[in-house]
Design a protein around this ligand. Sequence first.
Ligand SMILES: *[C@@H]1O[C@H](CO)[C@@H](O)[C@H](O)[C@H]1NC(C)=O
Ligand SMILES: *[C@@H]1O[C@H](CO)[C@@H](O)[C@H](O)[C@H]1NC(C)=O
Ligand SMILES: *[C@@H]1O[C@H](CO)[C@@H](O)[C@H](O)[C@H]1NC(C)=O
Length: 347
Amino acid sequence: MHSLPKLFLAALSFTILADGSHHWYSHHYPTAAHRQLIGKTYMIQDLYQGEDFFKDVPPIYFQLVDWIFAIGPDPTGGNVIYQGQSDAQSKRLAYVDDCDNSFILAVDSTSTVAAGGQRASVRITSQKSYNGGLFIFDASYMPVGCSTWPSFWTVGPHWPMAGEIDIVEGVNNQVTNQMTLHTGTNQTCTNEITNSTHQFSGKIVATNCFSTTHADSGCSIEDTDTSSFAYGFNNAEGGVFALLWDNSAGMSIWHFARANIPADLIAQTPRPSTWGIPAGFWSSQTCDITTNFYEHQMVIDTTICGDWAGGRIYAQSGCPGTCSDMVANATNYVDAKWVINYVAVYQ
Ligand SMILES: *[C@@H]1O[C@H](CO)[C@@H](O)[C@H](O)[C@H]1NC(C)=O
Ligand SMILES: *[C@@H]1O[C@H](CO)[C@@H](O)[C@H](O)[C@H]1NC(C)=O
Ligand SMILES: *[C@@H]1O[C@H](CO)[C@@H](O)[C@H](O)[C@H]1NC(C)=O
């Protein structure tokens, strides 16, 4: 007959063993049930910071770190001429701030150009492409002012077939961020509200994501928080935008003002399941994610006027004169710059 203490001891050691292995196991390979309970912790895959945005730097995280500087006119009809890396650097339109290692992307704010002319600006695209993940954009300042059209977005090949995700975007005097999906297939991606998909705080602007070169508004959701864009964003010392591209659940976008960035994200162990409802959400129940979105590269740019900022909306925006006249005046672009702390992709 076993004595009680011996039985207790045996049970205890078994518990320790089982518990220990359970911890090891769950840390590396969470079960579906466990993952639902605690939420997945994403692991960093690529981190772009400071000099990483320039070419020919030593690889980190065993990846070639490289962003491509577009050269020439803007495909969206903007009054800008994009500068290659060396021109952008010599004109101080792309540089690293030695004090805090932030990366600055600016619009030329010293040259006079003709009304309706092309002002020097910068548009950079990640060399690497992605088929999902958690994309983090941390900036402390973004371009503001009449005629500007800044954006951080992702896009796949053969637009619009592989889709586009506009994470940060807006024009002129817009006060909150507008998030948009564009797709190349009709009626296979919408953000129509159903009971189970209305899990976001933003306001729907348009519901059909299908876009063509002649009708490319896409399906947008407008943030309701004025710290998500322009002067409000800059007054809050900027913040973070996070896109969670989950092929089975859908697309979620959060914005956090600097003071509200989740601690797990600061610690590089993000668990989006703990972040509360996103500002924008496009459910896989109403949008075929894998068909419409693949091989996306990240893009950061600032254009002027063009298809959106310079269209009918310019006159309605309360901005002075015409958009083409704005371009001529260099002083209008002193605040047209991004100050980027980092861009990261987690899987
Ligand atoms: C997209 O689908 C809708 C509904 O079937 C149709 O009315 C519309 O013409 C289609 N658009 C194009 C460009 O094919
Ligand atoms: C949504 O929820 C309401 C109230 O719970 C219910 O009456 C309605 O049938 C639901 N609609 C859908 C499309 O599930
Ligand atoms: C240029 O813009 C500034 C500020 O927007 C304005 O004060 C100034 O009058 C403008 N100059 C010209 C020549 O239009």
